[in-house]
Design a protein around this ligand. Structure first.
Ligand code: SF4
Length: 438
């Protein structure tokens, strides 16, 4: 009888792509995916270990599955991803309920791991975390109508607060040929929106081709029939050049939405955190982008309570946010990650960092609300995601909304999942737009 498995994917979109690759490999090998771990022969938890909160979530999830195992309701427990990579020396000792572990360059060994389990072994697969990206097909689990397109792995920026370069290895681009082949395949299967992701997409190509190739990649993606939206996530502020800005401004398929994490605006903090560029350069970049890309929606992420942030630096950040009116922002309290330089630097208490993060959120709220209100009376192109039976309305997203992190558009009409609809916006509330199909 064919074995069944469940897969729990935690963390970010990049991790989800790895989960999708494991789904493909297991499906090819004849294993059957089931929606719930209860009753499955094995369960894979693809973990995130980026910050403390993510680690706690992953450990809670492992313990929950361990309970199922103990109760005889689950066969084996396999842990993959960032947490297992980060704690590869200790994870099997610390969590004896785990039967197999795979690191972030070993997703391709998932079938080998399951087979080793059958032989009564407790397999561990940890390949070189900076090895070239392994090209593995995937079963797309997102959509309808959209999919992530990961163009690189790892990060070589070494921001002082971030554990990613130590967990995911140095920056490695996928070849343009492979990225475009995958994009064509996704488009052939009905994907209309490609969400281009990597820890830092602005560096795409620098390791493989010796130059920045994001503009060229976007140009080529724009030529693929069926692709209608290209969304760019995680652009490092100091890596923009004229070619890239012109491409974003002039390529009608690139949605005018850019995710540029800045983390902070104070020069001293940026320097201490090993971020390249100054506050003045970030301000100038945002001004240039807004001038050259009409209707641009900016998303950023910020960290409150970073080492070196006193009242004055925090006030500077708040003043910048009031003036920049960034439409979308994610805010995290500083979390000292073991093994990173910032963890050894003096910083405010966790509670104070949390308080500051909340203050930033409350400062951002009216800015984001006013931005949403600005759509009332306009007609927006919406990528339709689903029909909500309870609400009896269609739900989709406009160019201003990235999946999972931004708002939605709820509307009446005769739409189709995975297709576009034009929707006249009649109201906005709590980040959600309401309207009617035209
Ligand atoms: S750019 Fe900085 S914050 Fe982002 S993944 Fe790389 S090291 Fe971490």
């Amino acid at each position: 009888m064919r074995k069944t498995f469940a897969l729990i994917s935690l963390g970010c979109a990049k991790n989800l792509v790895n989960s999708e690759q494991m789904l493909y490999l297991l499906d090819e090998a004849g294993y059957i995916l089931v929606p719930e771990p209860e009753g499955a022969d094995f369960c894979i938890i693809n973990t995130c270990g980026f910050i403390d909160a993510a680690k706690s979530e992953a450990i809670d999830c492992i313990l929950e599955m361990a309970e199922l195992k103990k109760a005889g309701k689950l066969g084996a427990l396999i842990v993959t991803g960032c947490l297992s990579e980060r704690y590869q020396d200790s994870i099997l000792d610390e969590l004896p309920e785990i039967d197999a572990v795979l690191g972030i360059s070993s997703f391709g060994d998932i079938v080998n791991a399951v087979e080793a389990l059958d032989l009564g072994q407790r397999p561990q697969f940890f390949a070189d975390r900076s090895a070239p990206v392994e090209e593995i097909p995937r079963v797309v689990s997102t959509g309808p109508g959209w999919a992530y397109l990961r163009i690189a792995e790892g990060c070589s920026n070494f921001c002082a607060f971030c554990a990613i370069p130590y967990i995911r290895g140095r920056y490695r681009s996928r070849s343009m040929e492979n990225v475009l082949a995958e994009a064509r395949d996704l488009a052939a299967h009905g994907v209309k929106e490609l969400i281009v992701i990597a820890q830092d997409i602005t560096r795409y190509g620098t390791d493989l081709y010796g130059r920045r190739c994001l503009a060229e990649l976007c140009r080529e993606l724009g030529r693929i029939e069926g692709v209608e939206w290209i969304r760019l996530h995680y652009l490092y502020p100091d890596q923009f050049d004229d070619e890239l800005i012109d491409e974003i401004a002039g390529n009608p398929k690139i949605v005018k939405y850019l995710d540029i994490p800045i983390q902070h605006i104070n020069d001293g903090i940026l320097k201490r955190m090993n971020r390249r560029g100054t506050g003045a350069e970030i301000r100038a970049l945002f001004k240039t982008l807004r001038e050259r890309i009409p209707g641009l929606v900016l998303r950023t992420s910020l960290i409150a309570g970073l080492p070196g942030e006193g009242d004055e630096e925090f006030d500077e950040l708040c003043a910048f946010l009031r003036e920049a009116r960034i439409e979308r922002a994610g805010v995290f309290p500083f979390s000292p990650e073991e093994g990173t330089p910032a963890a050894l630097m003096a910083h405010v208490e966790e509670e104070e960092a949390r308080r500051r993060a909340e203050l930033i959120l409350s400062l951002q709220q009216p800015i984001m609300d006013a931005f949403c209100q600005g759509f009332v009376g306009q007609t927006l192109r919406i990528l339709v995601e689903r029909y909500d039976e309870e609400e009896q309305r269609w739900i989709g997203r406009s160019y201003a909304d990235s999946p999972e992190i931004d708002g939605e558009v709820h509307f009446d009409g005769l739409a189709r999942e995975g297709a576009f609809s034009d929707v006249y916006i009649t109201a906005a509330e709590d980040g959600i737009l309401y309207g009617e199909e035209v």
